[in-house]
Design a protein. Structure first.
Length: 255
């Protein structure tokens, strides 16, 4: 069931989104060579705690997961696409890190992700991150009343394919509001003019996931959570929570 949000509810989601943006900024600042992923998780927990917010990630257990998620952020390194667990891995020079974070405040949720390089980038990484950013921007630009979900999906896919990047077929964005994952789903590939109609009040987490090798195949790591590129190529993941309004798309997870 799709729930359209009122203007007041979107404002409440904006407050949750600000906390997400702050947590991601603090984590990126702390992500230096030698720092563990678990330490980055503690940084994000501190931001949530100080804001009086909860985490929709911590303890989350979808049907595919063997265990509840143990962190408040996902930390996906190099060939990890999404859902990486923040463990004792120490960041190295040149690591490509994607960080996904959510916050729940007063019953409303925000969700966003960033990708960046720790230290000196390896060849191709800046271009991969830039292509992922442009894919997100294209998807957001298509999130206007009168369009359909396929217009968002096609816009994302067009940028990804032009950059010769792959995308994991079974994963994409989602509706968001009182819960982190709500209807409708937001595929990262699709046909223009098809799918769910976009109306004011619809709030979506739009999140392209690009894989540099060009293939769409992935595998699940032994932890049952982390998605890895099948060919070992690098991956990037960037996400915003976006409200569809009469005045155009409104990003709720900006600082």
């Amino acid at each position: 069931m799709v729930e359209l949000k009122t203007a007041a509810q979107i404002e409440a989601m904006r407050e949750a989104g600000r906390i997400v943006a702050q947590a991601l900024a603090e984590v990126e600042k702390a992500a230096q060579v030698g720092v563990t992923l678990r330490e980055l998780d503690e940084v994000a927990r501190g931001v949530l705690d100080r804001a009086g917010a909860g985490s929709p990630f911590l303890g989350y257990r979808p049907s595919f997961a063997p265990t509840p998620f143990p962190g408040v952020i996902c930390t996906s390194v190099n060939d990890a696409v999404v859902h990486g667990i923040p463990d004792g891995y120490r960041l190295r020079d040149g690591d490509l890190l994607s960080v996904d974070c959510g916050a729940r405040l007063d019953g409303w949720t925000g969700d966003a992700a960033v990708s960046f390089v720790v230290g000196a980038p390896r060849p191709g990484d800046p271009e991969l991150i830039e292509a992922t950013r442009r894919a997100l921007e294209a998807g957001i630009a298509a999130a206007v009343p009168g369009n359909r979900m396929g217009d968002i999906s096609a816009a994302i896919g067009k940028v990804a394919r032009a950059a010769r990047c792959g995308m994991p077929a079974d994963f994409g964005g989602h509706g968001i509001g009182r819960q982190m994952h709500e209807d409708p789903s937001v595929p990262n590939r699709g046909r223009p003019g098809r799918g769910y109609p976009l109306r004011p009040g619809l709030v979506l987490a739009i999140e392209p996931m690009l894989m540099a090798g060009g293939g769409d195949d992935y595998r699940t790591a032994a932890d049952g959570w982390t998605l890895l590129t099948r060919d070992g190529s690098r991956a990037a993941h960037i996400e915003h929570t976006v409200a569809i309004t009469e005045d155009g798309p409104r990003i709720l997870t900006l600082p």
